[in-house]
Ligand binder design. Structure first.
Ligand SMILES: [Zn+2]
Length: 91
């Protein structure tokens, strides 16, 4: 997958961080400027899986950005699978 585009020229861009589970960025946007219908002002997007979570403030969005496995089901699955492999390795 070549999903490593810069995201900082997109509308409503706030911040991004590489998600170690996907090697693709999690990106915070202002929802309205990105054209996303959201109950809260900001959204954090898992660009690898196109899932998102809304946040009321940037500090909360930054917490979501750092750990997509908390809200992206696909990332959670990757995370659990890696933990299972790591556990097996030490048995
Ligand atoms: Zn994900």
């Amino acid at each position: 997958m070549s999903n490593r585009k810069p995201f900082n020229d997109r509308a409503g861009y706030i911040a991004s961080k590489i998600n170690p589970l996907t090697n693709t960025s999690n990106v915070i946007y202002i929802a309205s400027e990105q054209g996303i219908d959201s109950d809260k002002k900001y959204v954090t997007v898992c660009e690898a899986h196109h899932t998102m979570i809304s946040s009321a403030s940037i500090p909360l969005a930054r917490i979501d950005m750092k750990d997509a496995s908390k809200w992206c089901k696909d990332c959670q699955w990757v995370c659990e699978r890696e933990e299972a492999i790591a556990t097996r390795r030490w048995q």
